[in-house]
Design a protein around this ligand. Structure first.
Ligand code: ITP
Ligand code: ZN
Ligand code: ZN
Length: 224
């Protein structure tokens, strides 16, 4: 009996943001990152689910949802960064900083500063929001530069879209469905991506769909 991935995500998020927690449940947080990293759950679903927690009346639940957000942004790469940089998320975070208790405001300031420093080039909105909140006289904590580095080498590539299969060039249709290889991120028909295997370097320990070329590389012991 396998719960769909989104149900597993929901249960883990409940656990990681339980009001009964006396300290962060890092085990659940890391499992959340793994699910998002292997793209078993769409980035939008993950980010919107976390954002829903911001309205919880218990400040500890809101704080742990911000900690989940922090870990997912740090570990799950560009697709997640794009979702977090959306206007509705930025506005929700500014709302928390404006009206939330000090522990929430300080956590939001830490995140905005860290993302501005580490992701401000790719997502200008983080830098703009940081500068704007400085002008609004928010007092940002000292920046921990080491924690604001976003290493992307072990993040799976974002999925590319196209109208035909990257390998056999067949045009997609109602009958020839699109599929993505988790290793190279290219788009394929089912025939060219019918194999599955784990991709340890991207933290995908379960079998995931890969294209024939990546399957050869990943299973022949060759360094990929
Ligand atoms: O079958 P569809 O309704 O077209 O949806 C496709 C599936 O979700 C594919 O998942 P998969 O790679 O795990 O097969 C995904 O890679 C494609 O981008 C989607 O378009
Ligand atoms: Zn093909
Ligand atoms: Zn591939």
């Amino acid at each position: 009996f396998s719960l769909s991935n989104t149900k597993i995500f929901d249960k883990l998020l409940e656990k990681a943001t339980s009001p009964l927690l006396l300290e962060p449940d890092w085990e659940s947080v890391l499992q959340l990152c793994d699910i998002v990293k292997s793209q078993d759950v769409p980035a939008k679903y993950a980010i919107q689910s976390i954002k829903k927690k911001f309205g919880h009346e218990n400040a500890h639940v809101v704080l742990s949802s911000l900690q989940c957000l922090e870990s997912i942004v740090k570990n799950c790469g560009g697709t997640i960064h794009k979702e977090v940089s959306q206007r509705d998320m930025i506005d929700a975070l500014r709302e928390l900083a404006k009206n939330g208790p000090d522990i929430i405001r300080d956590k939001v300031l830490e995140l905005i500063q860290c993302w501005s420093y580490g992701l401000g080039q790719q997502h200008k909105i983080f830098a703009d929001t940081y500068n704007l909140m400085k002008l609004e006289n928010y007092r940002f904590p000292p920046l921990k530069e080491s924690e604001a580095m976003f290493e992307n080498s072990d993040i799976a590539p974002e999925w590319r879209d196209d109208k035909d299969c990257f390998r056999c060039r067949q045009t997609f249709s109602t009958f020839i469905r699109k599929h993505h290889c988790r290793a190279c991120g290219d788009i394929f028909c089912d025939k060219c991506s019918s194999k599955q295997c784990p991709i340890p370097k991207y933290g995908m320990d379960r079998d995931v769909r890969v294209c024939d070329a990546c399957y050869e590389k990943l299973t022949s012991g060759q360094p990929v």
